[in-house]
Design a protein around this ligand. Structure first.
Ligand SMILES: [Zn+2]
Ligand SMILES: [Zn+2]
Length: 172
């Protein structure tokens, strides 16, 4: 359906891969755009109780995090999540190899985010200046539901004031 709306292969199927660094840049850029789109939809989902109950409550069903919570999604939640990825890749007109590598990368990062671990080698502990969100924040998001809406970065949560845990308890 998306390929019909945004024909990604219309005029181009590059005959060869781009320089490795360019693929890395495309993947990072796609993760940034995905994160922005996801943040916007995630805030709306949490702020409108009717939508939250029907779309997103399943993802918040457990307080104890495990990697399998990555796929604890309603169908609408899955469609929304994947749509953010497809939109990001299409907006940036990513090379097909970058798209393939992006899929592997984001699946790894999502499992990492929901793993419940906080290992020294995880992004939140190795990327400088605290720009990456990571499993600590996402676990707190799952517990409280009213902060830390970004998945991979922190700047939008910081800007909009969603970077502190509220007194309130978890949304039902
Ligand atoms: Zn989650
Ligand atoms: Zn949520």
């Amino acid at each position: 359906m998306f390929d019909t709306i945004y024909p990604r292969r219309r005029d181009r199927l590059p005959p060869e891969a781009l320089p490795f660094g360019w693929h890395v840049a495309e993947i990072v850029a796609a993760l940034v755009v995905y994160d922005m789109l996801f943040f916007a939809s995630h805030v709306v989902i949490h702020k409108v109780p009717w939508i939250y109950r029907r779309v997103h409550a399943k993802h918040h069903r457990r307080v104890i995090m495990r990697a399998r919570e990555t796929v604890a999604l309603s169908i609408a939640d899955e469609v929304l999540d994947v749509s953010c990825s497809i939109a990001a890749l299409n907006l940036l007109k990513c090379h097909p190899l970058s798209r393939a590598l992006y899929n592997v990368t984001i699946i790894f990062l999502l499992c990492d985010l929901h793993s419940g671990y906080d290992m020294p080698w995880m992004l939140q502990n190795v990327v400088p200046f605290g720009i990456c969100s990571g499993s600590r924040r996402h676990t707190d998001h799952h517990k409280h539901g009213r902060a830390f809406y970004q998945k991979f970065f922190v700047y939008l949560d910081n800007f909009f004031g969603f970077n502190k845990l509220p007194e309130a308890t978890k949304i039902e």
